[in-house]
Write a protein that binds this ligand. Sequence first.
Ligand code: CTP
Length: 399
Amino acid sequence: MLSGKKILLGITGSIAAYKIPYLIRMLRKEGAEVQVLLSPFAREFVTPLTLFTLSNREVLTEFHDPKNGKWHSHIDLALWADLMILAPLTANSMAKMVNGQADNLLMTTYLSARCPVLFAPAMDLDMYKHHSTQGNIRALQARGHVLIAPTEGELASGLCGEGRMEEPEKIFETIKTQLKKKESLTGKKVLITAGPTYEAMDPVRFIGNHSTGLMGYSIARSFAERGAEVFLVSGPTNLHIDHPNVYRIDINTAEEMYKACLKLYDDTDIAVLSAAVADFRPILQNSEKIKKKDKPASIELENTKDILAELGKQKKDQVLVGFALETEDELSNAKKKIKNKNLDFIVLNSLKDKGAGFRSPTNKITILDKMGNQKKIELKAKQEVAEDIVDEVLAYLNI
Ligand code: CTP
């Protein structure tokens, strides 16, 4: 199953490093190529000779090998890989990843990697529980990296608790699942809308909303990481997305979003409309700034086009997913929207749920499908919620 797959394996300075030779053996047995990168401190825990013998490749720590004058290019290494895994990952190296600190070959290679990244932390329980470590884990997850969570048990310190690196067999299974996922949507085209729209009154003022775009960007990343070609139609946001499969189309208004979506829709396999599109806009848009003394007595509004409803009307064999943000009668309103807009799924978030909705790094949703099934997803990072949404669509497509 792993024949020809290229895996970068980064080992950092934790006692759990002694388990990694088993992982290399399993990967090699299934046909993967494994390039080991050791942090300088990791060499104290596991010998390069052991790792070389099992991986059959030179084990790298330094940029430069003074014995034969060889320079190890972190860029070539990073581009070579189908997947990168950091196991065990110490609290220190994790903090470096979060901050982009490139002070050794392993960290520099991580910064250049475009492939999916997995990380399996290992540390003492209090370090693991610490606010900064937990924040760093969330930051890496928000980048789309996959956490292989440590387990509870006896730690090298003699203390008992959460912090033991997951066993090599489980890490191996996660690597296989991720590699399979990476190709599951190759050849599929996905349309995502994200962020708010701004409806201008004049060149300075607009009607907008609190959407940051994070949910939509997370969904775009999830689809892209599974091999799909993603067209992300984005309202104004401060977010960036750097993935070779994502094409971003920036718009400001609902009308611009509507036009961009319609252009792309015919050729789309899956469309997920997560944008918080303005439902109405000022009828009059002044070309000059309205002066204070000319304050309008009222602002007259007109409806924008409902993009989701229009895509529902034009639907052929696309899978169409809408979002619903409700404040009352949530489930029954969401069900009505599935029917009225000809959707396959609707993702319901409630403003009443703490930690869900606008400006929050987390979300709590219910996914409803047109057959009447409901799936509640507990509160978690938006990137993880995005994975769940993509999983539902894939299950529906029997992928
Ligand atoms: N949406 C859209 N175009 C609009 C308004 C909304 O495509 N002009 C999409 C959103 O991206 C979201 C879904 O419609 O996927 C639901 O939006 P929501 O505001 O919850 O519902 P509405 O259909 O606008 O209905 P209402 O405001 O009555 O709840």
